[in-house]
Design a protein around this ligand. Structure first.
Ligand SMILES: [Zn+2]
Length: 344
């Protein structure tokens, strides 16, 4: 079968759409004929290489998969061939205290498809049956593939970690990113007032008109902290959703109101944020880390997608043979929402 693979780490030229052996279908596995695979910033990190990453080559990229069940392993019951499905992007052991208490994202064996293990940017993908989710009825395969990783991440950050409440004020950094576009919608779903940032006026406008953000700040032409203070009349925000890391860290802390919570799921600009510790204890702030979410979070997300309260944001659909172009767009931040690859 054809797949987007890397044989070694480096620039976008290291991405190759190549012929590799068909996946093995073990007794507990479901074989999915892949119809769409959405890209994440994680794919860029994996392509470039991460210090902790130990993988076998050729390594297939891709964490977000939608498709049709093509075959099931001999121990799989209740999943019919031909069913339209999404794939949950986290693999876990299924037997530890975390897995069995619904906090499977804390499992010591937690692995993300396409990062620690082979991904699904390929014609076929084999995955344990526990990772098979129903496809929301009213979305295309491309929209479906745009849901799992970013909505799971944003849901877990806002609902589980920050415990968002109606009426709170939420700052979502980087509206054009996948997590940003999901977080704005989830915060609105919970009745929050949303302030967001983006690097162009066009993205600011889309965040408001497409996603429902109440206020947008162009961080290239405006200082987000002073704008945010104007908007909130110096009060600050209750919750910050951030994956930008170093570049906004100090100002993020100053943006929080008393008792505010900042949830961080990445550090795309660098990982050495400076913290004035006095701000943290005087103002009773919480800094919360978050990575992915539990499998059950996605059932909640799918419910809201089906009732159209949340919508996947597809920016561009490309054939898998043009994966290099997809990575180029992501690295240049020329996106608003998801880039989706389809078998070509
Ligand atoms: Zn476990």
């Amino acid at each position: 079968m054809k797949a987007v693979v890397v044989y070694e780490h480096g620039g976008i030229e290291k991405l190759i759409y190549d012929e590799i052996p068909d996946p093995e279908v073990r007794a507990n596995d479901v074989l999915v004929q892949v119809k769409a695979c959405a890209m994440n910033h994680l794919d860029v990190w994996v392509r470039k290489g991460l210090p902790h990453l130990k993988i076998k080559y050729p390594h297939v990229l891709g964490s977000d998969i939608s498709g049709i069940v093509a075959k099931v392993g001999k121990d799989v019951r209740g999943i019919e061939i031909g069913t339209h499905v999404l794939v949950s992007p986290g693999l876990t052991c299924g037997r530890c205290v975390y897995c069995l208490s619904g906090r499977d994202n804390l499992c010591r064996e937690y692995a993300i498809l396409g990062e620690n293990t082979p991904g699904g940017c390929s014609e076929y993908f084999s995955v344990p049956k526990e990772n098979i989710l129903p496809m929301p009825k009213n979305v295309s395969f491309e929209e479906g593939a745009s849901i799992p990783l970013v909505f799971l991440t944003a849901w877990h950050m806002l609902v589980t970690r920050a415990e968002i409440k109606p009426g709170e004020v939420v700052l979502v950094q980087a509206a054009g990113s996948g997590v940003g576009s999901a977080a704005i919608q989830i915060a609105k779903l919970f009745g929050a007032t949303v302030i967001t940032t983006a690097g162009t006026d066009e993205k600011v406008e889309k965040a408001k008109s497409l996603l429902g953000a109440d206020y947008g700040i162009n961080y290239k032409t405006q200082d987000f902290l002073s704008e945010l203070r104007k908007i909130t009349q110096k009060r600050g925000v209750d919750i910050i959703i951030d994956h930008t890391g170093e570049v906004n860290w100090e100002k993020n802390i100053l943006s929080l109101t008393m008792g505010g919570r900042m949830v961080v799921c990445g550090s795309t600009s660098g990982y050495e944020g400076k913290t004035d510790i006095r701000q943290v204890f005087f103002r009773r702030l919480s800094i919360l880390g978050s990575t992915m979410g539990s499998k059950s979070d996605l059932f909640e997300v799918i419910k809201h997608v089906e009732s159209r309260r949340l919508k996947p944001v597809v920016y561009k659909i490309l054939p898998m043979s043009q994966a290099q172009e997809g990575h180029r767009l992501m690295e240049n931040r020329d996106v608003f929402g998801k880039i989706v690859l389809v078998p070509s």
